[in-house]
Design a protein around this ligand. Structure first.
Ligand SMILES: NC(=O)c1ccc[n+]([C@@H]2O[C@H](COP(=O)([O-])OP(=O)(O)OC[C@H]3O[C@@H](n4cnc5c(N)ncnc54)[C@H](OP(=O)(O)O)[C@@H]3O)[C@@H](O)[C@H]2O)c1
Length: 418
């Protein structure tokens, strides 16, 4: 099997090394040898692994027009020109393996159709959960189930930040800086900390689990930048751990509820014990019950493990997915949840009754209200609501923010239901 590799960064280098290290056992399992024939890169002065010697090219057509190459592995990242190269490869009748969540989340639907028209496979196991097998289990092993719900920690960087904040009692900015120094966070961390990366992965999972196509930008997404060490401490006092959760569910009206949001998770929920850069995905199916997928959601060798398995699978891949409809999205304002709200108010008589009054007018009842302490002229107030309509919460927050007595609303976090 002759492979054209597009990209020789973290993942591409892992792929080259894994095929070299495990070549013999891969050949035994596959019945043929995997040979990386050519490797596309961009930077002519970058030092490369010796295993790439004699294979490097800077011209994509050297790979795309090579009749001998039957599998293209796209591990360049970004939407363009990766999308154009994948399209050309499929049109040329080449199988494509990719780790590119952006391309799959935004264009997966058309690309799968194009692959089918050209009688080739498009495989993308590494695009969600890095080394964790989740795409193939959803497409094959769990295919007989009706999936009720998906709940996951899909981004290692944010999970690392939240874990460090909790274990070391540090603030977001401090941990982010450490994470960048250690290489766990990008120089520009926006995609991770704002939840966009998790939303792309959630879009891919929703398509597979519910057979509903959803563009990642339509998913309501709130990241973790606003979370402070006080929120982490209060969550602990209340018996919760804060996690950035990607959630998908189809309701009785066949509408898709999909969001990425910080959630206070009960300590006995298996997701609460997922620490550091690890990822985990809970899938609830009507026959199988709840299953959890856990492991390293990124990294050179874990991701290469998924990519090389896809290359091997090209030969015997079963296609069950038969196209999917566009999802009707349940608007975020129509979802319900308990909410944790932390705000700073001026320490004046009557402030509490004004806040609870606004919530009461919107039909939002409170599970608890605690004044956490006085900081000069202001006091920190933590409210936990009973299950409430998110739209009503948004309306109430707007009114509370406008109260003269309220300085700021610091945090709004969903709280897991019992
Ligand atoms: N890193 C992970 O742990 C991980 C996990 C899961 C999924 N992924 C996905 O895997 C993909 C690759 O990630 P990565 O971390 O390996 O990225 P990376 O380290 O930045 O490597 C990207 C590689 O692609 C090459 N490249 C980029 N644009 C190119 C262009 N226009 N023409 C030719 N070559 C180009 C780069 O060339 P130069 O070497 O010349 O710069 C580099 O070799 C992304 O889609 C990412 O989301 C990554």
């Amino acid at each position: 099997m002759k492979v054209g590799l597009m990209g020789l960064g973290t993942v591409g280098t892992g792929v080259v090394h894994l095929i070299d290290q495990n070549g013999e056992s891969i050949e035994k399992k596959l019945g043929e040898k995997i040979e990386i024939k050519k490797i596309l890169v961009k930077n002519p002065i970058k030092k490369r692994t010796p295993l790439a010697e004699g294979k490097i090219t800077f011209n994509p057509d050297d790979i795309l027009e090579d009749e001998e190459i039957d599998v293209i592995v796209e591990v360049m990242g970004k939407e363009h020109p990766a999308l154009e190269y994948i399209v050309k490869a499929l049109e040329k009748g080449k199988h494509v393996v990719t780790a590119n969540k952006e391309v799959i989340a935004k264009h997966g639907k058309e690309l799968i159709k194009l692959a089918r028209q050209n009688k080739v496979h498009l495989l993308y196991e590494a695009s969600v959960g890095g080394g964790i097998p989740i795409i193939r289990p959803l497409k094959q092993c769990l295919a007989a189930n009706k999936i009720y719900e998906i709940k996951g920690i899909l981004n290692g960087t944010t999970n690392y930040i939240l874990t460090e904040m909790k274990e070391k009692g540090l603030d977001f900015e401090e941990v982010l800086k450490n994470a960048q120094e250690k290489g766990y966070a990008e120089a520009d961390p926006t995609d991770d900390v704002e939840g966009f990366d998790a939303a792309r992965k959630l879009a891919i999972l929703c398509t597979l689990a519910f057979n509903k196509f959803i563009l990642p930008e339509k998913i309501y997404t709130k990241g973790i930048k606003f979370i402070s060490k006080s929120d982490i401490k209060y969550a602990q006092e209340l018996g919760y751990t804060i996690k950035l959760i990607a959630y998908g569910k189809v309701d009785e009206k066949d509408r898709l509820e999909a969001w990425v949001h910080p959630v206070m998770i009960k300590k006995d929920n298996p997701l609460s014990g997922v620490k550091g850069v690890f990822n985990a995905i809970l899938v609830d199916g009507n026959a199988v019950g709840e299953v959890m997928f856990y492991g390293q959601g990124a990294g050179m060798m874990p991701t290469a493990s998924a990519v090389v398995a896809d290359i091997m699978d090209v030969k015997n891949h079963i296609v069950i997915q038969n196209g999917c409809e566009e999802a009707e999205l349940l608007p975020i304002v129509d979802t319900v949840s308990k909410y944790y709200i932390r705000l700073i108010a001026f320490d004046r008589p009557g402030v509490m009754s004004k806040i609870t009054g606004i919530l009461g007018e919107k039909g939002i009842s409170l599970l608890s209200v605690v004044q956490k302490g006085v900081l000069g002229q202001t006091a920190e107030i933590v409210l936990i609501t009973h299950i409430a309509n998110t739209g009503k919460i948004f309306e109430a927050l707007k009114e509370i923010q406008n109260l003269q007595e309220v300085e700021s609303i610091e945090s709004v976090i969903r709280v897991e239901e019992e």
